[in-house]
Each structure stands twice: as C-alpha cells, then as structure tokens.
Design a protein around this ligand. Structure first.
Ligand code: GLU
Length: 382
C-alpha cells in the first residue's frame, strides 16, 4: 500500500520487533544465521538512509531451552517461570552473539539493553534509559533490547516483547513500530481457523471490533499472538506512533516492507490528536513539585519550540527529584507558562541555573543532560 510506504519512508526513528520464531531455529538450538545476515543488511540500508534503528528482539528463552533440557515441543506456557528465567540467561547470550556476528559483518555496532517494566514506568529510570538509548542512536549504534527475563517476576512481566516495543517507541519518541512475526497482519477472524477471514491492510481507527478479531498465541516457539500486538498498537497509538504488523520470516522481509508497496501487512494509523498524548498525560496527571522561573529570552526560546536550558533559569522553588514535574513560571511576574519534567533535582537545578550547559560537569561533578527540561517533556500553556 502506498500509504504504508509513505509512513515508513518518512520515519526517522524506527523500532523493529523481532519475534522468537524469526530469530530461533525451529529446533531451538541456534539462531537462523542466513536470516539474521539478511536482517543486518536491511538495517544497514536503513541506517544509510539516515534512519535510527532500535531493535527489540525475543529469542532468549527459546535459545536457552536445550541447555535446561526443555524440549522444543514443550509450549512456552508450560515451562515453569524459574526455568524460563534460567533459560533466558543462557539464551540471551546466544541471541546477542548472533546479532553481534551478523551486524559487525555489516560494520554496524550494536548494544545490548535488558529492560524491565520498572524502567518504563518509573520516571527517573525512564529518563535514564531514554538518555542512554538516545546517546547510542546519536552515535549510530543499534540498540538491541530484550526484557530482562531473569529479574522480572510473573506479576510484572511484559508477557511479550510486542508491548515492550511499543513502550520503547514511546520512550524514544520513535516515528513507527514494525512488529515482525509469523503473520502478515490483522484478519477479520483467526485465519488459521476461518478460511474466509479477510486481511486488513490499514486500520485507521483502532476500535473494539479489532480487539475482538485478535486470536490467541500462534503455535510453536512464539509466545505472543495477535492480542498482544493489538495491545502494543493501542500503546503506540496513544503516543501518536503508527504501528505495522508484517510477516518477517522470509529473508530481507524488512527491506521488502520499506520498499515494496505490494508487501502484505497491516498498518495501524496514528491520528494527529494522539501525537500530543504524551504531553496531555504530563499535563493532566502530574502534580508539580516545584517551579523554575525563566527570563524573557528563555521564554522566547520555549515558544520557538526549544528545550529549557539551565542558562535561562533564574530561580528554583520547591523540593523535587530528577524526573518530577515542575511548573515553568515567568521571572518577571510569576505567571505560569507551562509544566515539564525536570532532568535535574531541585538542588542540582539550583546549582546550575544561569550557567552554561558546558559547565554542568564542573559544577555538579557529573555530566548530566544539556537541557533542564527537554521539549518533549514539556507542555507550554502560553
Ligand atoms: N523475552 C522473551 C525471550 O527473549 C520473549 C518474549 C516475547 O516473545 O515476547 O525469549
């Protein structure tokens, strides 16, 4: 579909989720080497077009099964949690080794990141994880992310990486999420059970009818299903990020998705209204713990869409921690100008206010963010 290609071509930051069945061989005894080589070539091509690529990869548990003596026939749901966690610590090493080999052959550097739910929900951790990811992307490195299965508990597990991919996309403000799995998109009914099920190429507004079309997990090594993909779409769309589901099994599937209008997939479109969802969330849900007062020069910069730098802040009020919400007020008359998440605690903000970002290291003894409040974390009301 041309519309889908347009979304993909315009994307500068792309999150790609690789399902277990794509990376792990069917006997679960190693990675699919040729497929991974093709993927690395496709990612290298996207990088050459100036796109940032972040990968969420499953496969840790599957590739650690044999070491734990778990047969490839045992469905993932039947493996006890502690065995899955132990398997993941063996398998994750193999997953990453596979990426490292395939990507370095394309002169790509990859970074391994293991996340848990906590990092995406706790604001201070969220800011740290995001800053790390941003730094890697700025350096042209491809982050390869998986859930930190060994430390997750049954209660806080993502359950699958589809949702993690959407969370990460939200975290780094990506432009599109691509879920590569063993099915080419959403159907009006489960196509494995209903031969008459129709493929849906574009979902303009995700509604309850789509949720009820989604069946459960697919057979084999994979753990997710259409249900978790729809949930991922809901999360991504709430952040204004479109999400695409495609069959990634064939070699160079990724290249096909980005270049071939005939490639069958489902695109969940994001509306312009949803683009501001993160900001409305900041606005509606966060109670300010303090305030920073800015001079007129800084106010002008904010109105021009810039971040708030320490140099523009003249007074800090209240006690807040890194990641807390603070009001932005005008120094002149105290008028509230907006609200945002502070990248520094009130103490550190007080120490660096009025100073150049280049001096932060010397003043605080550590090199923090250049911005006191990043523009993505700010809602202006004037
Ligand atoms: N984190 C799991 C693994 O590496 C996969 C979860 C999923 O497939 O969504 O095996």
């Amino acid at each position: 579909m041309m519309q889908t290609l347009d979304v993909l071509k315009a994307a500068r930051s792309v999150v790609i989720k690789i399902g277990t069945a794509l990376i792990a061989r069917e006997d679960a005894d190693g990675v699919r080497t040729e497929w991974l080589t093709a993927l690395a070539q496709d990612v290298a091509a996207l990088r050459k077009q100036g796109k940032n690529v972040t990968i969420i990869s499953s496969g840790g548990i599957a590739l650690g099964r044999s070491a734990l003596g778990i047969s490839p026939q045992t469905p993932p749901q039947k493996i006890p949690l502690e065995h899955k966690q132990a398997a993941s610590s063996v398998g994750q090493f193999r997953v990453f080794h596979g990426y490292h080999e395939a990507f370095s052959a394309q002169e790509l550097t990859c970074a391994q990141i293991l996340l848990t739910m906590t990092e995406t929900e706790n604001r201070a951790m969220h800011l740290n994880a995001r800053a790390t990811l941003q730094t890697l992307l700025d350096k042209g490195i491809v982050p390869i992310i998986n859930e930190n299965d060994t430390v997750s508990t049954a209660e806080i597990r993502f359950g699958d990486n589809d949702r993690l991919a959407a969370r990460v996309a939200q975290m780094i403000n990506a432009d599109v999420v691509v879920l590569l799995s063993t099915i080419d998109g959403l159907y009006t009914a489960n196509p494995y059970k209903n031969p008459g099920a129709q493929h849906i190429p574009i979902v303009e507004t995700l509604g309850d009818e789509h949720v009820s079309m989604a069946g459960d997990a697919l057979p084999g090594l994979s753990t997710g299903g259409m249900k978790s993909k729809i949930e991922a779409a809901q999360t991504a769309l709430r952040a204004g990020i479109p999400l695409l589901i495609a069959d990634g099994r064939a070699e160079h599937a990724l290249d096909n998705i980005f270049n071939n209008a005939e490639m069958r997939c489902t695109l969940f479109m994001a509306s312009a209204h949803e683009k501001n969802a993160r900001k409305s969330w900041i606005h509606a849900h966060l109670k300010p713990k303090g305030a920073v007062y800015v001079d007129s020069g800084a106010l002008q910069a904010l109105k021009n869409g810039k971040s708030l730098l320490p140099v523009g802040v003249k007074k800090v009020e209240g006690v807040f921690a890194r990641g807390d919400a603070v009001e932005i007020r005008a120094l002149e008359d105290g008028q509230r100008l907006g609200i945002g998440l502070s990248a520094y605690s009130s103490k550190d903000a007080g120490d660096i206010m009025g100073k150049k970002s280049a001096d932060i290291l010397e003043i605080l003894g550590y090199a923090g963010r250049d911005e006191l409040i990043h523009r993505n974390d700010m809602v202006l009301e004037v």
